[in-house]
Design a protein around this ligand. Structure first.
Ligand code: FRU
Length: 493
C-alpha cells in the first residue's frame, strides 16, 4: 500500500474526512460578513458514493474554513443532492421569508436532486445558511431526464428576473431559464459551444469587468467530463453579451480556464459587493483519478479563491484577444520572507529557499537574454523538494518553445491517467520577460503566469511525512536567464 501522508493543504479547503467534489452554493453573507462554501460531500467514505450531501464550511478571510454540519441531504440512501448554487432573495420573491429574516440572509439553494431522474429543487434557510428546509412543491424544474443538472442561478437586474443556467448534459446544451420567484421557470434559450467531451457539467453565466475600463462582458463557464483535451475533466469558457434571454458569444473561440490537470467545476460567489472582479472557487482534482489519489481518510481540496477579471492579455499588438485574468485571493501570515534580485544565472548556480511547513509562495520575474534556437534546449528549472532532497517535482521554462512545464513524474502516486508532465504556453510579458506567481501548499501547486493571464493548477503526492520544503532555482546554461527578482515567502495561518 502507498504510504502517502504529506500533511493536508493549509490554505486550501479540504473535508475533515470523506470525499469532496464540486464547490456548491458559494455566497457572501453581507450582514455577518461571512463567506459560505458548500460542496459535494460523501462523509462516509473517501470516495464518491451516495447518499451524497452538501457539506458546508464558513470563513472570515477566504483562507481558513470552519467545518459546519451537513447542510442538505437526500431522501434516500441511493440518491444525491448534486451540484447547485445559492442566491440571496433580498426582496423575498419566493415568499419563503418573513420580516424577521434580514434581507441579506434570505438564503435559497437551487440544486439537482439525483434520484430516478435529475430535477432542479429548492431549499431555503431561515438561519442564514446553516440549516435548510426543502420546498414542499419540489421539483421546480423537471424535463424528465436522467442527465439534467447543475443549476447556477444569478439575479439579472436589467431584465429584473432570476436567471438559471443548467445543462442537458448529454445533449450538449446549456439551457437558460428565467423566473421571477425561483419556483416557476421559463426556457429562454439554449447555448452549445466548445469541446463536447462526453458530457456538459456545471455551467455558469456571470458579468465580469474589463480591467481599466467601465465596461463588462458576460462569461459563460462550462465544465466537460470526461474527454477534455487536457485529459479527463476541465473547464472552458466563452465571452459575450447577455440580454436577459440569450447569451451571444463575441467570437467563436473556446478558451480554457486553467491549463493544469486539477481544476474543475468552477463556481462564482453570489452576493459579493465588489466591482473590481468576480470571486470563484474550483475543485482541485480530476475525475480521471480523483477517487484513487493516495490521501488518507479524505479526498480532494478546493482551489484557492480566485478573483476574475477580463483583459486584453497579449503584449503582441497584432493580437487583441480578451481573456480571463485570474489572481489568487488569500490572507496568510508570512513567517519568513527572502528576496534576491539581478542575478544572471550560470550553469552551476542554484538559488535556494526553504520552508519547513511545506506552504509557501514565490514570485519569479525573469528575462530571457539570448534568443536561442534549435538544437539548443535551454531550461530554467525550479525544483521543489522534500527536506532531504529525496523527492521532488520540477517546474520550469524553455524559451525556445516558449512554454512552462510541470513534471510530477517522480510522484509516489502512480495511476495511468495521472499525467506526469503538463505544460502551458505563455507569451512574453514585456521584452522577453516573464512573471510567475506560485503558491505551493503541501500537495498542490497553483501557478499564475504574467499576472494571471494564464494559470496552471496541479496536485502532487509525495510519500510519507514528506512535505515540499525546499525550492532551488537553476539553469542548464550560462548567461541565458536573468533573474530580475525572485521572492519567497513561507506562509502560515
Ligand atoms: C461534476 C458533477 C456534477 C454533479 C456532481 C455529482 O463534477 O459530476 O455534474 O452534479 O458532480 O457529485
Amino acid at each position: 500500500a502507498l504510504a502517502f501522508a504529506a500533511e493536508r493543504p493549509l490554505i486550501h479547503f479540504t473535508p475533515e474526512k470523506g470525499w469532496m467534489n464540486d464547490p456548491n452554493g458559494l455566497f457572501y453573507d453581507r450582514k455577518d460578513d461571512i463567506w459560505h462554501l458548500y460542496f459535494q460531500y460523501n462523509p462516509n467514505q473517501p470516495y464518491w458514493n451516495q447518499p451524497l450531501y452538501w457539506g458546508h464550511a464558513i470563513s472570515k478571510d477566504l483562507t481558513t474554513w470552519t467545518h459546519e454540519k451537513l447542510a442538505i441531504g437526500p431522501e434516500h440512501a441511493d440518491e444525491g443532492i448534486f451540484s447547485g448554487s445559492i442566491v440571496v432573495d433580498h426582496n423575498n420573491t419566493t415568499g419563503f421569508f418573513n420580516e424577521s429574516i434580514n434581507p441579506d440572509q434570505r438564503v435559497v439553494a437551487i440544486y439537482t436532486n439525483n434520484a430516478d431522474i435529475q430535477t432542479q429543487d429548492l431549499a431555503y434557510s431561515l438561519d442564514g445558511g446553516y440549516t435548510f428546509t426543502k420546498y414542499s412543491e419540489n421539483p421546480v424544474l423537471n424535463v424528465n431526464s436522467t442527465q439534467f443538472r447543475d443549476p447556477k442561478v444569478i439575479w439579472h437586474q436589467e431584465s429584473y428576473q432570476w436567471i438559471m443556467t443548467v445543462v442537458q448534459a448529454q445533449q450538449y446544451q446549456i439551457q437558460i431559464y428565467g423566473s421571477t420567484d425561483l419556483k416557476h421557470w421559463n426556457l429562454h434559450s439554449n447555448f452549445s459551444a466548445g469541446f463536447t467531451g462526453y458530457q456538459y457539467e456545471c455551467p455558469g453565466l456571470i458579468e465580469i469587468p474589463i480591467v481599466g475600463t467601465n465596461e463588462t462582458k458576460w462569461v459563460m463557464f462550462l465544465a466537460i467530463n470526461p474527454g477534455s483535451p487536457l485529459g479527463g475533466s476541465s473547464d472552458q469558457y466563452f465571452i459575450g453579451d447577455f440580454d436577459g434571454f440569450q447569451f451571444k458569444p463575441m467570437d467563436s473561440y473556446t478558451r480554457l480556464v486553467d491549463l493544469g490537470k486539477d481544476f474543475y467545476a468552477l463556481q462564482t460567489f453570489s452576493d459579493v459587493e465588489k466591482t473590481d472582479g468576480v470571486l470563484a472557487i474550483a475543485w482541485a482534482s480530476n475525475w480521471q483519478y480523483a477517487n484513487d489519489v493516495p490521501t488518507k481518510g479524505w479526498r480532494s481540496s478546493t482551489s484557492l479563491v480566485r478573483n476574475l477579471t477580463l483583459d486584453y492579455i497579449s503584449t503582441n499588438p497584432e493580437k487583441k484577444l480578451l481573456s480571463l485574468v485570474q489572481t489568487p485571493v488569500f490572507e496568510s501570515n508570512v513567517s519568513k520572507s527572502t528576496e534576491k534580485s539581478n542575478i544572471t544565472l550560470q550553469k552551476n548556480d542554484s538559488i535556494d529557499f526553504n520552508a519547513d511547513s511545506g506552504v509557501f509562495e514565490f514570485e519569479l520575474n525573469f528575462k530571457v537574454l539570448k534568443k536561442l534556437t534549435y538544437p539548443e534546449v535551454p531550461n530554467l528549472d525550479l525544483y521543489i523538494s522534500t527536506k532531504d532532497g529525496a523527492e521532488s517535482i520540477r517546474f520550469g521554462f524553455n524559451p525556445v518553445i516558449q512554454a512552462f512545464y510541470l513534471d510530477r513524474t517522480t510522484d509516489a502516486f502512480k495511476n495511468p491517467f495521472y499525467t506526469g508532465q503538463i505544460s502551458a504556453n505563455v507569451e512574453p510579458y514585456l521584452d522577453n520577460e516573464y512573471k510567475v506567481h506560485g503558491v505551493v501548499d503541501r500537495n498542490i501547486i497553483e501557478l499564475f503566469f504574467n499576472d494571471g493571464a494564464v494559470t496552471m493548477t496541479n496536485t502532487f503526492f509525495l510519500s510519507e511525512e514528506a512535505n515540499p520544503c525546499t525550492m532551488n532555482l537553476t539553469s542548464n546554461m550560462n548567461d541565458e536567464f536573468h533573474i530580475r527578482s525572485v521572492s519567497f515567502k513561507e506562509l502560515s495561518v
